[in-house]
Write a protein that binds this ligand. Structure first.
Ligand SMILES: C[S@@+](CC[C@H](N)C(=O)[O-])C[C@H]1O[C@@H](n2cnc3c(N)ncnc32)[C@H](O)[C@@H]1O
Length: 198
């Protein structure tokens, strides 16, 4: 549980800041304090367990928001993390940069334009977290970009979310020859772990 307490300590310093254009998922269902409702203790534990199992070296994250998931990857692995968001809290980004230095980079960019910054990625990603826009077109784009980057493991968020599940599953189906589902995680809104087919 010490790890979760540590997570909470960092998380408290990651407010939305004045740079937020919109706020996601306000709510009160046992969330980490200061998180604005988008991550629960159970989710943090679930993501910690996934990242420890995969033990990646370089992570690409699509959908930063205020960095709740980035913080998981940075605290519970030794990996370098590049996170992108069309919006996303710059103050949280700066906070994580100050805490984790070279291990963390944030780009404010639309994932549709990811290929335009591929040349900045002088690293080989082995894990991606896909949690941007959840409609079929965007999720397809995000999986496609990960395929172009030859990323071995993908974790897709909101897999069982009532509003998004259908779209996410449709997008995953499009790539069934490229990525196979190796784990379905039932915690909160659900996540699916995909592995690249050789
Ligand atoms: C559910 S939130 C991400 C939450 C974050 N992963 C976490 O667990 O704390 C989704 C984020 O995706 C971003 N987003 C939506 N469409 C996007 C796009 N086309 N490219 C990049 N980011 C996008 C939104 O701005 C939002 O911050």
């Amino acid at each position: 549980m010490e790890e979760i307490e540590l997570y909470k300590k960092f998380s408290k310093n990651m407010g939305y800041g004045n740079d937020r254009l919109r706020i996601w998922g306000e709510g009160n269902y046992g969330n980490i304090e200061g998180s604005g409702g988008e991550v629960s203790v159970a989710q943090v534990i679930g993501m910690r367990d996934v990242i420890k199992e995969i033990n990646p070296k370089n992570i690409l994250e699509i959908g930063f928001n205020r960095g709740a998931s980035s913080l998981c990857w940075l605290l519970f692995s030794q990996a370098n993390v590049i996170s992108i968001d069309i919006d996303g809290s710059l103050s949280s980004g700066e906070y994580l940069k100050n805490c984790f230095w070279h291990r963390f980079t944030f780009y404010r960019i639309n994932s549709l334009f990811l290929p335009s910054i591929f040349s900045l990625f002088n690293r080989k990603f082995d894990f991606a977290f896909i949690d941007g826009e959840h409609d079929t077109m965007h999720v397809r784009n995000d999986i496609l970009q990960c395929l172009h980057l030859n990323i071995k493991y993908l974790l897709l968020d909101d897999y069982n979310n009532t509003a998004h599940s259908k779209h996410i599953k449709e997008a995953i189906k499009t790539f069934s020859h490229n990525y196979k589902i190796i784990k379905e995680i039932e915690i909160c809104q659900g996540q699916a772990l995909l592995e690249l087919v050789n």
